[in-house]
Design a protein around this ligand. Structure first.
Ligand code: ATP
Length: 248
């Protein structure tokens, strides 16, 4: 469904992404992992066109998308979350969900007032995520975890085919992490394709059908969790230290 071919993003002399090539199969949960600074978020940014790639190609469902503007990419069915919540403090959760989705590109930031249809759709998504109780809370009253769930809800407003999740479990407590895992699995069971960047290896090993490992801007290994877990290059560059730390 998603093909990334020889993707590069250079910042002056810094090769944040340096010739990365990988695929995300339709209906899969694919993880992008690697040490800090490996280029994962930059790859996400290039795919969603939040930044312009230096070179390389990104294809979605057989169509090249790397030259498109972000809202056009959202319109093609690809949308993403950010590590840091982009919630607006002086709006309710339901308003945030709708406005964020407009920023993501459904109708553009400056489209007129929220419609009844949009509100119904946002409420249905909040219901799916089990958070209707906070629908009318102001953004500034939300906990960090609630903001994560709100961002998740905004993501679904555009009826995406593929979602890119940037550290969805980053900084959340174990029970919310389980909730988020459940939501990702439920969406995937309904046919959603998922690409996920995450440092929590327990979550990644449980959720992923395929794992792509990046190091220094390049893909150093890609395969099933079993293959990646036993790859000497991955153990050496990343996973050895992480698994030891999680076991400690
Ligand atoms: P983390 O797991 O810590 O989020 P990452 O794998 O997502 O790391 P990136 O954030 O993509 O890594 O960063 C890759 C490299 O590119 C790093 O060396 C980073 O400092 C550099 N980099 C990222 N964005 C910029 C930028 N806007 N300007 C200059 N350098 C950047």
């Amino acid at each position: 469904m998603l093909e990334v071919k020889n993707l590069c993003k250079y910042y002056g002399g810094i090769k944040a992404v340096d010739g990365a090539t990988f695929e995300v199969e339709k209906g899969s949960i694919t993880a992008l992992i690697g040490p800090n600074g490996a280029g994962k978020t930059t790859a996400f940014n290039c795919i969603s066109r939040t930044v312009t790639p230096t070179s390389g190609e990104v294809w979605l469902d057989g169509e090249r998308i790397d030259h498109l503007r972000p809202h056009k990419i959202t319109g093609k069915g690809l949308t993403r979350t950010f590590q840091i919540s982009r919630s607006l403090a002086d709006m309710t959760v339901v308003e945030n969900v709708i406005v964020q989705s407009k920023v993501n590109g459904i109708r553009g930031l400056f489209s007129p007032a929220i419609t009844a249809e949009e509100k119904d759709k946002a409420m249905a998504i909040l219901d799916f995520l089990g958070i209707t109780r906070i629908a009318y809370e102001d953004g500034y009253n939300l906990s960090y975890g609630q903001k994560k769930l709100m961002d998740f809800a905004a993501l679904l407003m555009s009826d995406p085919k593929i979602i890119l999740l940037d550290e969805p479990a980053g900084g959340v407590n174990p029970s919310l992490m389980e909730e988020i895992v459940g939501h990702i699995q439920a969406l995937n069971e309904k046919g959603m394709t998922v690409l996920i960047v995450e440092h929590n290896m327990d979550l990644i090993m449980r959720l992923s059908h395929k794992i792509v490992v990046m190091g220094q801007g390049k893909v150093i290994c890609a395969g099933t969790p079993e293959i990646v877990r036993n790859d000497p290059a991955v153990l050496d560059a990343y996973l050895g230290g992480v698994l030891e730390a999680e076991a400690a």
